[in-house]
Design a binder for this molecule. Structure first.
Ligand code: GLY
Length: 378
């Protein structure tokens, strides 16, 4: 065993708290789709919202350890409800990955359910159908308003959605999905991850010619700022691309984004929502960015030479420990969220300084990883 892989005591304590709280919260949420916890209670979203996979993913993480059948039935019901979403084409976007990875792929990996494998394949087909050969990117969204043309928009978040395509190629033996994933990953390297390791949130291409037209700040403060969750998506997403392809350029990109992220963390290791904020702009934390980045750091630590592994593992652990000890809502019976102080969308003023279901999911995934509960869902 690598010396750095001793499981810290606080990780087991933290997992016990996660299990206790998810079991309690599942009594109310059941098989619905929470996003942000406002005034202590998770606000529910429709099944087509991009966050639909995180609650069932969290249920699967806890089910894997506890075999609590109620949690399993809620997770399975969430997955079934996504069947109506997948045939409602207009509302689908590139987040097919987030949604079906943590429902169908997770269930397939845990239980070998063949219907789940087929659902994941269908989602992967729709995701690869969003690929534009001009510009080599997976289109982010469909128009939000009539007449809107966002056919040239691609976003860094999609780096995480590539896992579904790698899974599809592995499970089917058909390399086309992996080809699409790698084309998009190469576009991330060329156009999203900057030399210093910070990232663009949105890159806009001419969807007819593939020419790059510009960047958009999206959920970051400005086009040239450094949205912390976007950096976390890049760290983990590029590490996943390396895991499935063995191509060093993805590992190097994951490391570059990781080094930028780590160098810009405040003392308590939990990032502000953007790393480059001018004076006077509120520096809320985004605990979800910390949790996701920690998972990416743990994956990097598993993929690099053992002389480097300890660094990434230690930094991932430091973030998770801080989230556990200083951001956890463990003694708050009036709060459904696991970890406080996430920021969903500061520029639009939505869900600021609240628990977010993806923060809770990635926190639980990171702790479960430290405890070696089993295979990654990604
Ligand atoms: N994928 C959207 C977000 O990170 O908020």
């Amino acid at each position: 065993m690598r010396e750095a892989e001793q499981t810290p005591v606080w990780a087991q304590e933290s997992w016990d708290q996660i299990v206790r709280k998810v079991k309690r919260t599942s009594g109310r949420i059941q098989d619905r789709f929470p996003h942000a916890s406002v005034n202590g209670e998770y606000v529910l979203e429709p099944a087509h919202w991009w966050t639909a996979g995180f609650w069932p993913g969290l249920l699967w993480l806890v089910y894997r350890d506890t075999k609590d059948e109620a949690l399993r039935s809620y997770a399975e019901s969430c997955e079934s409800q996504l069947d109506a979403v997948i045939s409602g084409f207009d509302r689908l976007d590139h987040d097919l990955g987030f949604m079906w990875q943590l429902t169908s792929v997770a269930r397939y990996k845990l239980l070998g359910d063949d219907e789940s494998r087929r659902r994941a394949m269908l989602a992967a087909n729709l995701l690869s159908g969003r690929f534009n050969v001009k510009g080599s990117y997976i289109r982010a969204w469909n128009p939000w308003r009539p007449e809107e043309d966002n056919s040239g928009w691609a976003i860094i978040d999609c780096a995480m959605n590539l896992a579904l395509l790698y899974f599809a190629s592995e499970t089917s033996g058909d390399p086309r999905y992996k080809h699409v994933a790698m084309e998009h990953a190469d576009t991330v390297l060329e156009h999203f991850i900057r030399d210093d390791g910070s990232v663009n949130h949105i890159v806009i291409f001419d969807s007819k010619t593939g020419e790059k037209l510009g960047v958009n700040g999206g959920q970051g403060y400005a086009p040239d700022s450094a949205w912390s969750r976007g950096t976390a998506w890049a760290i983990y997403g590029m590490a996943i691309s390396y895991k499935y392809t063995g191509e060093e350029r993805y590992l190097n990109a994951a490391k570059r984004a990781a080094h930028f992220f780590l160098a810009n963390l405040p003392e308590d290791r939990v990032p502000h929502w953007d790393f480059r904020l001018p004076a006077g702009v509120a520096k809320y934390r985004d605990s979800s960015a910390g949790a996701c980045a920690a998972c990416g750091l743990l994956l990097i630590s598993e993929l690099v030479h053992e002389t480097e592994a300890g660094l990434y593992r230690k930094e991932g652990e430091r973030i998770l420990e801080s989230l556990y000890s200083a951001y956890g809502a463990w003694d708050r019976e009036d709060e459904e969220g696991l970890i406080l102080h996430g920021t969903s969308h500061f520029p639009e003023g939505r869900n600021i300084d609240v628990p977010l279901i993806y923060g809770d999911y990635f926190f639980a995934e990171g702790i479960s990883r430290l405890l070696k509960h089993g295979e990654l869902f990604w």
